[in-house]
Ligand binder design. Structure first.
Ligand code: BG6
Length: 295
């Protein structure tokens, strides 16, 4: 595998011998491209997304930490901006590891780091805990994996949430079915946060913003199908929740960096995380979570 750093040191690209590739911005450690060997893009990124570090990227895989959404009632994170600071902080590139027993099964892992030592002063003021995070992005011929380890390096406990806000590219949202969430409880964020139970597959016919806690557990894949054909399968490791988000017409119209405005037809966010309730980390404890998206 080939791993390159851009000239201005703002992004890392990796290409497998068989042609698959990924691109990761150091800003937010945001994965902004994942292409299969034919060069087909698997992630949706808005045409109006800012990639210059002035705003969280609208698309790709922004990383949500230490708070999902905003938490006005959670004192420790109530000051933080929506979805926390991970997606708007500059991460360090820690290096790559590659494996290649033959060109057909090559893989590459890129590691990124963020800690209270490298965090900017403003974020540090809003969330004064001592932590370190390592985020790993792994590309194989037919999958993309993202995993995070957050360690409490300080002397007081903290509570956090984490989520990989993955914008999957699809051809036509009206043809999409999401399976693996049957019989699962979810919080419906577009219906007064009511708790409901999913019956059957999920289809998208309007603004959708739901936090599922899948009944089947993390190893059961969440599968996105289009016109009956499975296109993505998401397996989680130690991430109990799955957010399903599509802004649909009106919400997309109101999001300044969402373009084209009918781009909601070509994306669905399937977001693996631990966001219902909080994960408490005692000094020395670590939170580990990962997802693998297969095509
Ligand atoms: C989703 C949330 O995960 O992210 C939605 O459930 C939110 O409520 C969406 O609108 C996008 O958030 P943002 O901050 O990137 O506009």
């Amino acid at each position: 595998p080939q791993v390159n750093t851009s000239h201005d040191n703002s992004r890392i690209t990796a290409v497998l011998p068989t042609g698959e590739s990924i691109e990761v911005l150091l800003y937010g450690a945001t994965v902004i491209s994942w292409k299969d060997r034919a060069g087909n893009e698997k992630l949706w990124v808005s045409e109006a997304a800012k990639l210059d570090g002035t705003k969280a990227v609208r698309g790709g895989i922004p990383l949500v930490f230490p708070v999902f959404g905003t938490a006005p009632d959670h004192a420790a994170t109530s000051q933080l901006p929506q979805h926390g600071f991970a997606r708007t902080s500059r991460w360090e590139f820690l290096g790559k590891s590659t494996s290649e027993s033959g060109p057909a099964d090559a893989s590459v892992k890129l590691d990124f780091g963020l800690s209270s030592n490298t965090l900017d002063d403003e974020a540090k003021k809003l969330w004064p805990y001592t932590f370190s995070a390592i985020y790993s992005v792994t590309l194989t011929a037919d999958s993309l994996g993202t995993g995070i380890v957050v360690t409490n390096d300080g002397d007081k406990p903290f509570e956090c949430q984490v989520l990989m806000h993955t914008y999957l590219r699809i051809k036509d949202i009206t043809q999409v079915q999401v399976t693996g969430l049957e019989d699962s409880e979810y919080v419906d964020k577009v219906d007064a946060a009511q708790v409901k139970t999913q019956s059957g597959a999920v289809t998208i016919t309007g603004e959708t913003d739901r936090v599922y806690t899948p009944a089947q557990g993390p190893a059961e894949p969440v599968v996105v199908s289009e016109a009956g054909e499975a296109v993505y399968s998401v397996v989680r490791d130690n991430l109990k929740d799955v957010v399903v988000w599509n802004p649909w017409t009106e919400k997309a119209a109101g999001i300044a960096d969402f373009a084209p405005k009918d781009g909601f037809k070509n994306m669905i966010c399937i977001e693996a995380g631990a966001v219902r309730g909080w994960t408490a980390l005692e000094p020395g404890d670590a939170l580990e979570g990962a997802q693998t998206i297969s095509i």
